[in-house]
Design a protein around this ligand. Sequence first.
Ligand code: ADP
Ligand code: MG
Length: 701
Amino acid sequence: MAVKSIPEEYGSLVFNDRVMHERLPKDVYKAVRKCIENGTHLDLEVANSVAAAMKSWAIELGATHYTHWFQPMTGLTAEKHDSFITPQEDGTVIMEFSGKELVMGEPDASSFPSGGLRATFEARGYTAWDPSSPAFVKDGTLYIPTAFISYGGQKLDKKTPLLSSIEALSDEAVKMLHLLGHPEVTRVNTTIGSEQEYFLIDKDMYMKRKDLLLTGRTLIGAPAPKGQEMEDHYFGVLKPKVSEFMHDLDEELWKLGVPAKTKHNEVAPSQHELAPVFEKANIAVDHNQLTMEVMKRVADRHHLACLLHEKPFEGVNGSGKHNNWSLSTNTGKNLLDPGKDLGNNTVFLVFLVAIISAVDEYADLLRVSVATAGNDHRLGANEAPPAIISIFVGEELEAVLKAIDDGTEFVTEGKKQMGLGPQVLPHITKDTTDRNRTSPFAFTGNKFEFRMPGSSLSCADPSIVLNTAVAEELSRMYDKLKDVPQDQLDEEIRKLLKEMLDSHKRILFNGNGYTDEWVAEAKRRGLDNLKSLPEAMPRLVSKKSIELFGKHKVFTEEELNSRYEIFLENYTKTIHIESLTMQEMVRKDFTNGLVKYMKDITDEVIKKKQFMPEMKCTYERQILSTLENTSEKMAVSLDKLEADTQTAEKETDALRAATYYHDTILADMDELRASVDAAEAIIPEGYLPYPTYGELLFALR
Ligand code: ADP
Ligand code: MG
């Protein structure tokens, strides 16, 4: 068979626009396009026609089942597969799929986290087709992206609020653009490109580590003699095994229509990154979820394990997911492109100031949106931005903003050319948004890059907050400007921007975000430093949050309360499992190795003494006494962890429980780990039933 070219393979498993154009009757195709572009509803007749086309297309690709694919509050995706078969009287079957089955599903909602919504409402939940994200075929099943809501209409997932926030932002942005003289714009899309970091390790080794298997991160483990200090991994040559994995991954993603674009080694040993070409937010979020799943599957096929946890290893960098975010009009204009005459680009400046104000005013909600037990290990740990939100805009934008603030004229300097020395090298224009890698929220040329999200997070979480907060700022700006006569509009806009900058410029910070000076400076500026999930989470149910999300119909107060419960519970459960796993690993696996090694040395000493009574055995005794001392400490810490975990189990209040897990259990685990790691560092490899850091991080070839 001839090898298919990439353009032929790309999207070959996706029910995309091309397929719809080919297979749907003209009027049906038009109705679906209208629905996707303008968010209009589809009637059942259209759905029936789409379902029939989808079914025959999927069957040609080998599908036997369909599933409503949704994103419950577990942070993962969920699916229940139904086959197309309908038995007939004569003992045969036909393959059926109706419009009703396409549009709506009814999974039992009672086993998904609902944070109390379940108690007051029926357990029934509904999945509803999201026509704006294309269906696809994977492993013999037709996947239909859906929203997941309760019987009473409450949002039980991450897609529904994301869609609401995208609509809210579009509505406000369109109003503003009309006011600014762009009546041709009818919709503004949020765009997202998410850079996904991950680790790859040998599968056999992975299977031998209970901590990685059960919690996604190593809970004990002495550092390897080498870490990331040589800075030799970032952008380094790909090892053959890794390269084969990445190649396979790209191909699978391309078939599914996921535009995987860039791949490279990251800073830590065995750490890598994949970045796609950006897409409309809703699709980008679905595609990122899909990417994470496919990564794991392809890794497995290559006898590897793909780790998506935020902090799989102590002492080397953890993994994040940079969320690149921008706004573009249905007429194809990126609203965050400063253009050539930045100082006079009113549209850009209005949106820029709206974003700055939104990030300052709702910084705590952005922080909440990236809070997970895993990500807490990264933020502020000198590898990722601190838990303080600030914005980096770069020199040029800062100069414009200062000019607005001072009421002076801004003169565009034009891009500077960089002399590269040797004549053979091309001239390169200097990027004025010189990359500040330490900023959590950075302007990078024509988009913002939010760098706080953890590697396993759904991009929906931070986008929901950002979209809604920017919608709110735009809405307030519109209210202030809507009645201004045309000839005074420019002046009033300048005044308004100045006013807003005055109140929000404290969030702008171009310096090094990893320093202690910044922590102190941020405090002086009154910026929040919410270090952990339990500290941050109450902000989700604050009056300000309830008002914001309520006004833009993204979350009701009840939905916020339910999410608050779910996030706290998830945090508590995560650390609870970590504690139990650590106790088991230390008691059974580690202690076994420790005792065996101590016994072997003792036997050795006894033997030596029998053979030559005058032998001192200084070194053996030294090892024995060090191990003895550390195991004493270890026993005390282990008992404390066990007792405190039992106390924790009794706490019924969600916030108090989470706080206790943070303050007490995590501290207990750190203490226990210190003595285990100290002992592990001198125990020879063969004694432990699991691989060490050195093997885990450096074994792949
Ligand atoms: P870096 O690692 O330097 O941040 P990458 O090229 O790895 O840069 O990632 C940049 C990401 O930003 C890519 O996923 C890209 O698609 C995305 N991106 C570019 N333009 C936009 C935009 N207008 N909206 C959203 N994301 C964008
Ligand atoms: Mg980046």
